[in-house]
Each structure stands twice: as C-alpha cells, then as structure tokens.
Write a protein that binds this ligand. Structure first.
Ligand SMILES: Cc1cc2nc3c(=O)[nH]c(=O)nc-3n(C[C@H](O)[C@H](O)[C@H](O)COP(=O)(O)OP(=O)(O)OC[C@H]3O[C@@H](n4cnc5c(N)ncnc54)[C@H](O)[C@@H]3O)c2cc1C
Length: 540
C-alpha cells in the first residue's frame, strides 16, 4: 500500500558552521518556490521551518488513522496551473515526484428540493446542467466562459508578475477589444455579475459557492470571483497524486538536489540586523543562521514586525501592518471513512471528489453578514466536501476514504475566539448532519475517526494563518495589488535592506498559486543582477 508523499522533515545540528547565501524563513509552498528558483540560480539556501513537516497549508499527513493520508488545509491546486512554474514546467517538478489528477466531475451541488447541478469537464454537458433550470442560464454559462477565456491570459499575467514589473492591469486591458467592459466587471461585485447573468436561483447559488471564494461576494471589486467556476471548468480542481503535500515535498527535494538545506523544528524568533542590514535569523532553540546575500521570509507580517527593533520598519510600514485584516476564515473536519459521499442523481447515485451545499443565493449572501457579526449560523450551513481518495486510491486503505468537510465560520466570535474550543465538536457535528440530508449513506458506522480544526486551531497549527485566515489576510481592495502587504512595499523588498517577503501576505495573495513565491524570486534575482528568465534558461 502506498501512503502518499512521505512527509518531509530534516534535523540538523551543525548548520551554524555552514555558510548560506540565502536564509529562507518558513517552508510553505511559496517560500519553497522562491528558494527553488534561487537554488536553480546557484545560490545556497537554507530553509527553516518551525513545524516538524514542511508545507504549511500544502501538507499531507496521517491525521486520523494509519493508512489514511489527509490534506492539511488545501487540496485543490487550481491557481498554480497558470503559474509559469507549472505552465512552462520551469523546474521539472515531475522529476521530483509531482503528478496531478484532474477529477471529473469537477463539482457537484445538490439542493434541498432534490435537484442538483453538476459541473463536468465537458462544457456542453455542464451547459446542459444549467439549462435544466433555465434555458437562458445554459446559454449564459457558455457565453460567460467564452468571454472569460479572452481575458484570462491578461489576468493570469498580472498575478504572476511582481507589482511594478509589468503594465498595470488597466493598461493591459486597453489592448483587449472589450477592455473597458472588463474594467467595469472587475470593479463590480461577484454577486452583481452573477445576479445579472443568471435567472435561476440554483444556478446563482452554484456560481457563488462552488466553492465559496472567501471574499464577501457582494463587496465591490470582487467581480473576478464570479469567474472562479469557469476557471475550473476545463482544468478541473487538480489534486497532486498522493496528497496536497506532494507539491511541497517535490519542492523540498528540488532544493536539496540543488545544494540547499531544509531544516524542520526551527521556530524563528528574531531577525539578525547588522549595520542596518538583515543578515540572518535566530531560532527559539538557540541556533542562528547567517545569509551572505539575503533573508526571505514567509512569517506573517503581524509577527515579523516584532522580530526586529520597531524603529527599523518605519511608521508607514507599521501603520500598514496595524491595519491588516484577517479576512474570512474556514473550519475543517477530516474523516477516515468506509464510504464516500453518495448523492442521488437521475438513474442512481454520484460520488464526486468535490461537492458542496449552498441552499440558495440568499443563504450565501447571509454568510458575509454572519462573518461580520461573529456569528456561527448553523441554519442550513454552507459546506464544501472533498473526498480525494475517490480519484486517488493511494490516500486510503483499499475500499476506504478520506473525507474533508469544510465550513465557513468566523474566527472572531462574540464570546471571543477561545470559545471555539467549547463549540467546535458541536459545529463539526452540525456540518456532517447537514451533509447527510443530501448524502444519507454517511451514517455513523461509516465514520472510523475524525479530527476537527476550528479557525482558532488553524492559527495554532500555523501562525501564518493569522486570526484563522486561510489566505494570511483578506483580499479586498485595501489588501490587494500594490496594497499587499502594505502600500509602498508590494515589491517583496521589506523596509530593512536585505530582507524580502514572500507568501500569502504578498501579491497575488493566498491559495495555492505559487505566485508570491515566483514573484519574490523574480525581484530578488533582478536585485542580484540576473533575471528569472536567464535562470530558467540555464542548463540544469
Ligand atoms: C482549511 C483550509 C483549506 C484550504 N483549501 C485550499 C484549497 O483547496 N486550494 C487552495 O488553493 N488554497 C486552499 N487554502 C489556502 C492555502 O492553503 C494557503 O493560502 C496557502 O497554503 C498559503 O501558502 P504560503 O506558502 O503563502 O504559506 P503557508 O502555507 O502558510 O506557509 C507558511 C510556513 O511558514 C512557517 N512559519 C510561520 N512562522 C514561522 C516562524 N516564526 N518560524 C519558522 N517557520 C514559520 C509555517 O509553519 C508554515 O509552514 C486552504 C486553507 C485552509 C486553512
């Protein structure tokens, strides 16, 4: 039996004597990507991770029972497929064990009236699903994807270009025949676009929540989120074979194969600053690591500013960090089961990898209000279920399954975040019981074990999930583009010379895109007198 990617951990005690060009603080997928490009350029990198296993939100482990490989946080790797890292196979991560599976159906959503909408990789088939509810909506879905495909390369380029390194989005849109319309659409809310495009409530609920984009969908400038379902139409919601962690394990192997060193159980507590320049880090275990060229961090900015004297950051930067908001948060339960979810469909049942329930557009809209009020609303809760073992049998013993149920709840409760410890089991039960209304086969005897992670637990598990945020912080206009992480410091160069920042607090933000990782490498390599294009062209 295969147990998925072997968690990547390394202990080392003599590193202090060694010399490194680059010290990398934290080993999420983004910082590992930055390190990988720097290592490819010939720089010797040491990556220091506080947890026993590398990967942060892109990590797999046997959380429940032996033989069940669960994804900790992320499962679907949609965003990274547009990154030149994978799109152009720049680092040949396949040679280090990375392989993707593209589930079909892509997403299934059952509704309380017994109807359902399934997204298939086949566009015609998906349009027919929308047309079941409204002929107009079937046509609208096809029109929407046709229009989106024309602008997708522009949006993609913006995400995978560091701020200030390419033309701003509106200049790029000026070259598009409907650029002005797209300017308007991107400034609208996702809800406005979906409401104006689709007539039927099932279709609207599906478009808003397959899965929920983790931005309040009625907020201005969320227009792009209306197109997320179209993004996954053709390329599905890809899963790394063996577990989400296969990506970070491959990156760690790449780094080691290129002269780098990965050390785990290394919590960083301070930056070393000498003559005004960041030259290394100190760890809680008393060790310290020096960098000849630079330090690159994926430590959350809220914690980073406490790791060097405050006067070194400058007031503007500190103000930007002070006003940083966590954004929306998730709640997850991982189960080991003897059955996958099974939904009733015409002629039988369907067991999809990705499914979710959003009972109506109105319920989705109310989620933002629940977040704002710090309220845990268990009335018809919105849930997202992922059963990776259906497409990837390596994740569980034969005939058994890994199931993750994600709920959408705030970190900041009226009673305070600590209250999560009292209510999390009850909330987890409520989510499962709600899903059972649509998948009645998931009875108690099918559940072998579970592990519950509230938004507070997600922060405890990874301090980069600051205040439970799964994207390190919200991605509204105040924390996007040139404002991420802080206005004036969006180019990954931090106020302390020699210190760079990557990770989800930087452009283009959270999710498994690797965008912050590659963008930081682009900036650093330019500062070192070369370019990412030169490095990629270099013979391995
Ligand atoms: C429940 C959940 C489900 C999700 N599902 C998806 C999904 O399906 N698809 C998707 O695209 N995204 C998903 N996400 C979001 C995604 O996981 C994150 O946005 C992404 O992993 C962030 O990557 P990163 O490299 O920026 O940082 P992280 O993955 O957070 O990595 C940061 C690393 O730095 C380490 N670190 C922090 N501070 C220190 C320190 N002081 N010393 C040493 N090490 C330190 C941490 O331990 C961690 O390993 C999900 C998130 C959650 C919480």
């Amino acid at each position: 039996m295969t147990l998925g990617p072997k968690p990547f951990r390394r202990q080392h005690t003599h590193a202090m004597a060694e010399r490194f060009d680059i010290v990398v603080a934290g080993a999420g997928h983004n910082s590992l990507i930055t390190a990988a490009y720097l290592a490819r350029a010939g720089y010797r990198c040491v990556v220091l991770e506080g947890r026993p296993i590398v990967g942060g939100g892109v990590k797999s482990a046997q959380l429940t029972l032996g033989g069940f490989t669960h994804d900790i946080c992320s499962s679907a790797h949609n965003g990274i497929h547009g990154n030149p890292l994978l799109r152009n196979d720049e680092l040949k991560l396949g040679d280090y064990g990375l392989e993707y599976i593209y589930p079909d159906p892509v997403y299934h959503m059952p509704f309380p009236d017994g109807s359902y909408l399934t997204q298939w990789r086949d566009l015609d088939r998906t349009c027919e699903e929308f047309a079941k509810f409204s002929k107009n909506d079937g046509v609208a879905y096809r029109r929407m994807i046709t229009e989106y495909e024309t602008v997708r390369p522009i949006l993609n380029d913006v995400a995978f270009t560091p701020i200030g390194f390419g033309k701003p989005i509106n200049d790029r849109l000026a070259d598009h025949p409907h650029g002005k319309l797209w300017q308007r659409r991107l400034a609208m809310s996702a809800w406005e676009i979906i409401r104006d495009t689709f007539q039927d409530d099932h279709c609207r609920a599906f478009m808003l929540g397959c899965p929920y984009p983790l931005q309040p969908v009625q907020d201005p400038m969320t227009g792009r989120a209306a197109y997320i379902p179209l993004h996954q139409q053709r390329e599905s919601r890809p899963l790394p074979k063996g577990g989400t962690g296969a990506l970070t394990v491959a990156l760690a192997r790449f780094n080691e194969a290129h002269g780098g060193m990965i050390l785990t159980n290394k919590w960083i507590k301070a930056l070393i600053v000498e003559n005004g320049k960041c030259t290394g880090v100190e760890c809680e275990d008393g060790s310290s690591y020096r960098a000849e060229k630079a330090v690159v961090s994926t430590i959350h900015i809220k914690q980073l500013v406490d790791m060097a004297p405050r006067e070194l950051w400058g007031q503007d930067f500190l103000d930007g960090v002070d006003t940083w908001e966590a954004g929306l948060t998730l709640f997850e339960t991982n189960y080991a089961t003897t059955a996958p979810p099974q939904y009733a469909v015409a002629g039988g049942t369907l067991s999809p990898v990705h499914s979710g329930v959003m009972v109506s557009a109105d319920r989705v809209l109310r989620m933002s209000y629940d977040y704002a009020r710090g309220s845990v609303n268990l009335e018809d809760p919105s849930v997202h279920a992922i059963c990776c073992s259906l497409a990837d049998p390596t994740r569980a013993p034969k005939g058994m399954h890994t199931l993750k149920i994600v709920g959408y709840y705030p970190y900041e409760l009226k009673e305070g975040p600590q209250h999560w410890d009292e209510i999390k089991d009850q909330v987890s039960d409520a989510n499962l019981n709600f899903l059972r209304r649509f998948s009645p086969n998931l009875t108690d005897d099918k559940i072998l074990a579970r592990i519950v992670k509230s938004p507070l637990d997600l922060e405890r598990m990874n301090p980069h999930n600051w205040h439970g945020s799964c994207h390190a912080g919200g991605s509204g206009p105040s924390q996007s583009g040139a404002m991420r992480p802080v206005p004036g410091w969006a180019q990954h160069r931090m106020p302390i010379p020699g210190l760079y920042q990557t990770g989800a607090t930087t452009h283009p933000g959270g999710s498994v895109t690797g965008g912050p990782g590659r963008n930081a490498a682009t900036v650093m390599l330019k500062d070192f007198g070369t370019s990412i294009e030169e490095v990629v062209k270099k013979k391995a």
